[in-house]
Design a binder for this molecule. Structure first.
Ligand code: HEM
Ligand SMILES: [Ca+2]
Ligand SMILES: [Ca+2]
Length: 308
């Protein structure tokens, strides 16, 4: 059982320390909130919310973070967790799990960039397994069909409404050009055109931005072109205007199964916040390990006992 006051006796300053470190880090590096949110989601979808995504690979094990899809997880997300862990190990060594740190940091960062604040229950243990091969097939890719994406979420007991509400997370952060290059260059394969579902000015801007992306693979675009750093419902308003960056984003605005939700969330941010909170809380307890099914790692990037 997870509880909100799990660390009240064993590490009373837990939430205060998380808040201090998170605030410092987000002010110094404004990309941290998006980095942590994506990291948290990718953790919870593979082996549950157990910090398996934080494990570093070694000679005996290729870990989740070195799977193809996770290579783009930015350093800021890992770093904020490491900083919190370091501060907590000084105050209450061996008490707070990395999985709980990531859940708490993500919650605080979402509210810091304008999103809703919600209660999180604690007591997750850190997992004993992190395998790169386990990642494939558990996380959606932007070139999948909407039906494939719906099925992936359904396999995690997340329905269409929860999927759309969660994907509103693309109201912050960015994507590398290669994630949408097929929509802006040679879309029809016969001429160098772009996906006609894009707003034309937006498509032209993206073509300029990504012109050199094969030489410079770091080139990226904001997921939400209007308010990239603010956790608001602009993402949904953008989708209505052809300003959805990824094919998977735009597909939700077109398909009859998701379009009514896009319209609802675009019209009413309060309802989106409510639905987002419900869905992210569900994600936050997905397959969590308690008791002896996990451990409290001393460092977030390594199991306490080397496994060979
Ligand atoms: C519907 C299925 C989804 C697909 C296909 C998808 C795909 C992607 C892709 C391709 C990127 C760009 C990665 C990069 O180039 O660095 C991205 C970024 C991001 N995704 Fe998703 N995503 C989905 C759902 C979600 C969900 C449910 C969340 C969280 C609740 C989320 C949170 C984020 C965030 C915050 C970023 C920005 C990361 C950053 O700025 O560092 N995504 N997503
Ligand atoms: Ca995990
Ligand atoms: Ca936004």
């Amino acid at each position: 059982r997870l509880t909100q006051n799990y660390y009240q006796k064993t590490c009373p300053d837990f939430e205060k320390i998380v808040q201090q470190v998170v605030t410092d880090k987000q002010l110094a590096s404004p990309t941290t909130a998006a980095a942590a949110l994506r990291l948290f989601f990718h953790d919870c979808m593979v082996e549950g919310c157990d910090a398996s995504v934080l494990i570093a690979s070694n000679a005996f094990n290729k870990a989740e973070r070195d799977s193809d899809i996770n290579l783009s997880l930015p350093g800021d997300g890992f770093e904020v967790v490491t900083r919190i862990k370091t501060a907590l190990e000084l105050q209450c060594p061996g008490i707070v799990s990395c999985a709980d740190i990531l859940a708490a940091a993500t919650r605080n960062l979402i509210s810091m960039v304008g999103g809703p604040y919600y209660p999180v229950r604690f007591g997750r243990k850190d997992g004993f397994v992190s395998k790169a091969e386990a990642v494939d097939g558990n996380l959606a890719r932007s070139n999948m069909s909407l039906s494939q994406i719906i099925n992936l979420f359904a396999a995690r007991k997340l329905n269409i409404k929860e999927m759309v509400a969660l994907t509103g997370a693309h109201t912050i952060g960015f994507s590398h050009c290669k994630e949408f290059s097929n929509r802006i260059f040679n879309f029809s394969k016969t001429s160098d055109d772009y996906d006609p579902s894009y707003n034309p000015k937006y498509a032209e801007g993206l073509r300029r931005l990504c012109a050199n992306y094969t030489k410079d693979p770091q080139m990226s675009a904001y997921n939400d072109v209007i308010t990239p750093g603010k956790f608001d419902n602009m993402y949904f308003k953008n989708l209505q205007k052809g300003l959805g960056l990824l094919a998977s984003d735009q597909a939700m605005a077109v398909d009859g199964r998701t379009r009514p939700l896009i319209d609802l969330y675009a019209a009413n941010q309060t309802i989106w916040f409510q639905d987002f909170v419900h869905a992210i809380q569900k994600v936050s307890v997905h397959n969590v390990k308690t008791g002896r099914k996990g451990e409290v790692r001393r460092r977030c990037d390594a199991f306490n006992n080397l496994k060979t």
